[in-house]
Write a protein that binds this ligand. Structure first.
Ligand SMILES: [Zn+2]
Length: 343
């Protein structure tokens, strides 16, 4: 039976780590370390800066023997990169692991594999179960609000992922679990009902986002795949990052890609855009960073990328996406919102 990740979550202050620090390797991103410092009065045994998920950088860190001297535990403190780096090191060394997200930007703290980049392409590797995941709302609120709001991207992706899963079932006979799909869709409903808490990054919002991430991860474990939350929107993002050689703020970028794919799927794109807006996901900033032309190029390349990578069947693999359709979808996302959809 898969383990529900919520059982590892402790809603408490990061100060609870103080007694553990002297025998720990603390993997941080510098901003999170700075933000947590007022609560962390003890010094860690060693400190590693998480800079990149590139496999070579991770292995170099693993081979830095001094970093592991006298270390009995790995603590990952920060955003996605610090969390995934800590998971990777714990997996490779077998040391116990504690995760402390400094912002709820991605579901990474609650999944059991670590993301690693090889030759520019993202892979999920290893299997690790943490001893605890510390969710401290006060620490999380030290991160810019838009980062936390953007975390909904990995939930909004349910909207497009479920469409792809049903499509794959119809077209290829891939097993589809209607009960799991329905539970996954209900997570979006809970998000809709309490989107104002997410926007406010309130205690209730932090708790809700944590619970929804855990539920989603658990549904994926039960399904035996990431079908309940990952489909063509993630595949489009992977293609975009591959083509540009850059990484984007995950939640906001997934939101952008989910909107484009919902439009191409003919799958209630306006509804999704309203929800993204209510939660305050700043997908427009990503569009500005990426540029419309690069996004259109990624849409056109995504079917080949998905095939090359052996990714699951999605809408990308069926209707040939013409340059005109790709442009239309991207233009819809880029267009100013109609007045009733402005928040
Ligand atoms: Zn994601």
């Amino acid at each position: 039976m898969p383990v529900h990740p919520l059982q590892w979550v402790r809603f408490e202050s990061v100060a609870c780590l103080n007694p553990l620090l002297e025998a720990s390797l603390l993997v941080v991103d510098p901003q999170a370390w700075f933000a947590a410092r007022p609560w962390l009065t003890a010094n860690p045994r060693s400190l590693a800066r998480a800079e990149s998920l590139d496999a070579r950088a991770l292995d170099a860190l693993l081979n830095t023997r001094e970093a592991f001297d006298g270390v009995g535990r790995i603590i990952g403190l920060g955003g996605g990169t610090a969390i995934d780096t800590a998971k990777y090191l714990a997996w490779r060394t077998g040391l116990p692991l504690i995760l402390v997200p400094s912002a709820l930007t991605v579901d990474a703290p609650f999944t059991d594999s670590a993301a690693v980049r090889r030759d520019g392409r993202i892979h999920y590797t290893g299997q690790v179960a943490p001893e605890a995941i510390i969710v401290d709302a006060a620490l999380i609120r030290t991160a810019p609000a838009h980062l936390n709001r953007g975390g909904v991207g990995d939930l909004l992706s349910i909207h497009t992922a479920l469409h792809d899963w049903r499509l794959a079932h119809t077209r290829t006979g891939e097993p589809y679990d209607a009960a799991i799909a329905q539970q996954s869709a209900s997570l979006l409903e809970r998000l809709r009902e309490q989107s104002c808490e997410i926007y406010a990054v309130s205690d209730a919002g932090v708790r809700l986002l944590t619970e929804l991430f855990c539920e989603e991860v658990y549904l994926c474990l039960q399904a035996g795949s990431s079908r309940p939350e990952e489909g063509s929107e993630h595949h489009l993002l992977y293609t975009l990052e591959y083509l540009t050689g850059r990484t984007y703020l995950h939640g906001a970028a997934v939101t952008l890609c989910a909107l484009v794919m919902a439009h191409l799927q003919g799958n209630a794109p306006d509804e999704l855009r309203t929800l993204a807006g209510a939660c305050g996901a700043e997908y427009r900033a990503i569009l500005t960073e990426v540029g419309e032309d690069a996004l259109v190029a990624a849409v056109l390349r995504a079917p080949d990328y998905a095939r090359e990578e052996g990714l699951p069947y999605t809408v990308l693999m069926e209707t040939p996406i013409t340059p005109a359709r790709a442009r239309e979808a991207v233009a819809w996302v880029a267009a100013p919102l109609p007045p009733q959809q402005l928040q």
